[in-house]
Write a new protein. Structure first.
Length: 133
């Protein structure tokens, strides 16, 4: 099954029901169990932090009441699976030349899981891995 990595902006946009068409199609395929979506733990931390701060995502604020829904989605694991960075992924991380920690970890996760692409609009990530947005 094809695997895609999602970063925090993609997951936040999904929660805000505000994904662009290509990214939305990826999530719809995951909902139909046609592909696998992986969310790195670091990205989950960024999602929660963004929600706690009340920051808007493309003009929409995601209420903290949705956090229980996030935990349900991840507990279920049918649409999105939460993944951690193991030692082999850290070795990949070490060889990547991206200055920002988050972006570097997302790209390392992409390589470790041999994913098809990363669902993101991050320009730095797009320079180092195929992206869908």
């Amino acid at each position: 099954m094809n695997t895609y990595i999602i970063d925090s902006i993609a997951f936040l946009s999904y929660l805000a029901d505000n994904l662009p068409i290509k990214a939305d199609n990826i999530f719809k395929k995951a909902e139909k169990k046609e592909i696998q979506l992986l969310l790195p733990s670091l990205a989950l931390g960024e999602v929660l932090y963004t929600m706690y701060k009340g920051k808007e995502i493309f003009g929409k604020q995601i209420p903290t009441e949705k956090i229980d829904l996030i935990f349900q989605i991840l507990q279920n694991g049918k649409i999105i699976q939460l993944v951690n960075t193991n030692l082999d992924a850290w070795r990949i991380f070490h060889k990547i030349s991206i200055p920002e920690l988050h972006d570097r970890m997302i790209v390392a996760t992409y390589h470790y899981f041999k994913a098809i692409g990363i669902v993101t609009n991050d320009p730095e990530i797009k320079e180092h891995a195929p992206s869908i947005w």
